[in-house]
Every structure is written in C-alpha cells, then in structure tokens.
Ligand binder design. Structure first.
Ligand SMILES: C[S@@+](CC[C@H](N)C(=O)[O-])C[C@H]1O[C@@H](n2cnc3c(N)ncnc32)[C@H](O)[C@@H]1O
Length: 432
C-alpha cells in the first residue's frame, strides 16, 4: 500500500486542543479545528444536533460539546466506541476518580511487588485465541504482565462510574507506554521495550483526565450519545428529521484495517477475544480493505452501473493482469473498491430520513492510489454518488494535499460539502 508524506504531523493536536481530545486518539483522527470550521460555516447553534456517523475516537462530538452543541456518534469498532463514550462522560467527580484509581493502583502494585503467582510463578499472558490476534511482537512479556495485573485489579475493584475512564486510560498506556507499536501512520512493530512502569503511567493518565474533567463540569449536561452500530443502517437508530448537520470522516479505500491499528488494546481489554468476534466486527464495517471482504457482501450491486467506478475497477483489473498479480488479495482489489462505494451509498441513503430538510453535511475523504497505483478520486466520486441519491453538492473543499510515495502523485484530501434539499422530497430509493 502507499505511504504518505507527513500526514501524521498535520493531524497532531494543537496544544490548545489537547483537553479531552488526547485522552485516547486514532493516529489519523481529523483535527478539532476542522470540525470548528464546518460548525461555523454551517451556522450550527445551540439547540441543534450534529451527527458523526463514523465517529471513531469522538473528535466531532467532543468539539461540539466544548461549544455547547448536542451531538450523536455512530461507531462499530468497540474500542473507538468506548473512547467516544468515555470522552463524552464529563459527569464524573474528578477527585473520586483519582481516589478510586489510587486504590486500584495500590492493589496492582502490591501484586506486582509480590512477583508472578501460581506454582510455576509465570508471567501472566493472554489466552491463546486472543494472543493469536496480535501483531507479532506488539508487546513484550514483562509490560504485558504488568498491564494484565492492572487490568485484573481494575475488574476486581471496578466501580461502574469510573470504569470507562479508567479503561480508556489503560488503553492509552498500553499503546503509548507499554507496547512496541509504532505508527507511521500504518501500525508496525518497533524495537522491543523490555519493561515499563505501567501502573505509574496509568495513574498519571487518570490524573490528567481528572484535571480535564475539573474544567468541563459546567458543560457535562449537553447531550451526546454514542451508538455502537453500523453507519449503513441509520434509519431506525435516530428519529426522523432530527439531525441538523453531519461532520464526519469515513474510512478511505486505502487497504487500511482500522481493527488492526487498535488490535492490541482491543484484545487486552477483552473487547475482541477470538477470530469469530473479529470477523463479526469486520462484517459491520464499511469495506475498505481486502482482508475484510466476505462472500455474501452485496453493497457492490449499488454502484454496478456507475461509469467512473466501472472505469477504475476495469483499470485495476487490467493492471493486475498485466503485472501477473494473482494473490487472493490482489484479485479482490476491484471488488473492494465497488464494495466501498456501495457501502457509502447505503450509508447516505439510510441517513436521508434522519436529516432535517436543509441539513448540511461535511465528509472528509482522501484520494487513494493503493490498488496497483490506479488513482481513485474519492471525493469526486462520493459527491457524484450523493447527487444521484438526491443530495445537493455545495462544494468540494481542499483540506490538504499529500504525496503518494510510490508515484509522487498528488493525493487530495477533501471535504465534500452536501445538503439535503430544503424542499420536501420523497425519500430516495433504499432510504427506508
Ligand atoms: C477515519 S475514522 C474516523 C476518525 C474520527 N474522525 C476521529 O476523530 O477519531 C473512520 C471510522 O469509521 C468506523 N467505521 C467503519 N465502518 C463503519 C460502519 N459501517 N459503521 C460505523 N462505523 C464505521 C471505523 O471503525 C473508524 O473508527
């Protein structure tokens, strides 16, 4: 797959934006200032509702809450849904949170000081079906042992009101302080970390969360709901005509597996325990990589007659044959491209009903050339698909340009701005 010049730095949080956003964050989450730009442009006011149907780690929702605006998010990946939910729970008493965490940390530290237990005195490890899901070498035995002791202490001494914050702090520590993972932006394994001060790092993170909570208590009551659901099936999730604006970034057709980026913390926290659970999760995600394509997938039929998608997929197939690429994954490149755009059509159709007439939408998407370097102008195609469903296309704004390392081609990352027309119109096909 392609690698890109400098997108990670561009996604870095500004210091003034750190509060809550940095509790736990995807490496490629979009920046809060982008959300602010479109809230302002759409004139979103208090009393209105903003939806992020691919809310990831909750950037849109947190930014809305900071500005006193109600929001809803949809996210199928459990670790991202947990992150969004915890980042939107500002009702926790910060002092009580720290006091509880301190008690958990003390219990975990005592157990660690006593050394590994059991007759064999072995370090704790994950059950085999869970361990099999990890990237090889993602975490070394000693840091893993510490993480598991802390996780189990949390389970034993857990209090419901602190559970999400404490688990999210642990997820952050697992990735940034205990693991051997590196993000660049694709996840990989770096030099092994032989040991780590996991309990101390976790306590620091909980304190930082508590410090943020102290500043935010006055806005805790502004509604924000996170649904762990499939964004291609929104119609029954939200009330008709309830959403005033959408600000979101769906996956891109770039062969990136979001469940891989978040695999380590998902497995350690018990959110994904074996292959069948991983498969069930992938089946409810928009198809954007060939490792999550299934025989019964049908979203491709929704774009079967789209001229540009036909042209691109024919070009991918031609190039594949010309290059003699015959692996199962390579054979799937054309199909995953159709499934990706078909999934977006299903999403946009199911969204129609929940939008207030006149609602405005911002979709951040990137051009890609991951499939044998055939250029996919994602924003332009998404705009055309939306127009066919009945949306108005207001603009395609340039957010930034990246360079594909393989071809040096300019890849545009764009914001497709749409509107559900204000006039009453019948629902488009598939909207109900
Ligand atoms: C580009 S990321 C969004 C990042 C987000 N803007 C943030 O700030 O963290 C896309 C997200 O869409 C989620 N996703 C993919 N398919 C989905 C589906 N069918 N329903 C709900 N969420 C989905 C992925 O799990 C991922 O978290």
């Amino acid at each position: 797959m392609d690698a890109y010049a400098a997108p990670v730095a561009a996604n870095r949080l500004r210091p003034s934006d750190r509060r809550v956003h940095d509790w736990y964050r995807f490496v490629l989450a979009f920046p809060p200032h982008l959300v602010r730009t479109y809230l302002e442009r759409f004139g979103v006011a208090r009393g209105q509702l903003v939806l992020d149907p691919f809310c990831g780690t909750g950037t849109t929702l947190v930014e809305c809450r900071k500005r006193g605006i109600a929001s809803a998010g949809v996210e199928r990946n459990p670790i991202a849904a947990l992150a969004s939910a915890a980042k939107l729970n500002w009702s926790v008493d910060p002092r009580a949170l720290v006091a509880h965490a301190r008690a958990v940390a003390t219990a975990a530290a005592a157990e660690l000081a006593a050394g590994p237990g059991g007759p064999e005195r072995q370090l704790r490890a994950l059950p085999a079906p869970a361990a099999a899901l990890l990237l090889k070498g993602s975490i070394s035995p000693r840091p893993l042992h510490q993480v598991l002791v802390l996780r189990d202490a949390l389970e034993r001494h857990g209090r419901a009101e602190f559970h999400d914050h404490e688990r999210l702090a642990l997820a952050h520590v697992i990735v940034h302080e205990a693991s051997n993972l590196r993000f660049g932006p694709e996840v990989g394994v770096g030099p092994p970390r032989a040991d780590a001060a996991v309990v101390d790092a976790w306590m620091r993170k909980v304190r930082a969360i508590a410090a943020d909570l102290r500043h935010l208590a006055d806005r805790a009551a502004i509604p924000a709901t996170v649904y762990r659901a499939d964004a291609r099936e929104l119609a029954r999730l939200l009330a008709p005509a309830s959403v005033d604006a959408v600000i979101t970034s769906p996956p891109y057709p770039n062969e990136k597996d979001y469940t891989r980026t978040t695999r380590l913390e998902s497995v350690i926290l018990g959110l994904i325990n074996d292959r069948s659970e991983l498969r069930a999760l992938k089946q409810e995600l928009l198809r954007s990589n060939t490792r999550s394509v299934y025989r019964l997938d049908r979203d491709d039929t929704l774009v079967a007659d789209h001229p540009e998608i036909r042209r691109i997929t024919a070009a991918i197939e031609q190039r594949r044959l010309a290059l003699g690429k015959t692996s199962g994954f390579e054979r799937m490149y054309a199909r995953v491209t159709r499934l990706y755009f078909g999934g977006l059509v299903r999403h946009l159709a199911s969204l129609w009903r929940v939008l207030r007439p006149g609602a405005r939408l911002a979709y951040v998407v990137g051009d890609q050339a991951s499939y044998l370097q055939v250029m996919i102008r994602t924003g332009a195609i998404l705009a055309d698909l939306a127009r066919r469903i009945g949306y108005e296309v207001e603009a395609i704004d340039l957010f930034r340009t990246r360079t594909a390392t393989a071809t040096r081609a300019a890849l545009r990352e764009e914001v497709v701005v749409l509107r559900r027309p204000p006039s009453a119109r019948p629902s488009p096909a598939g909207a109900d």
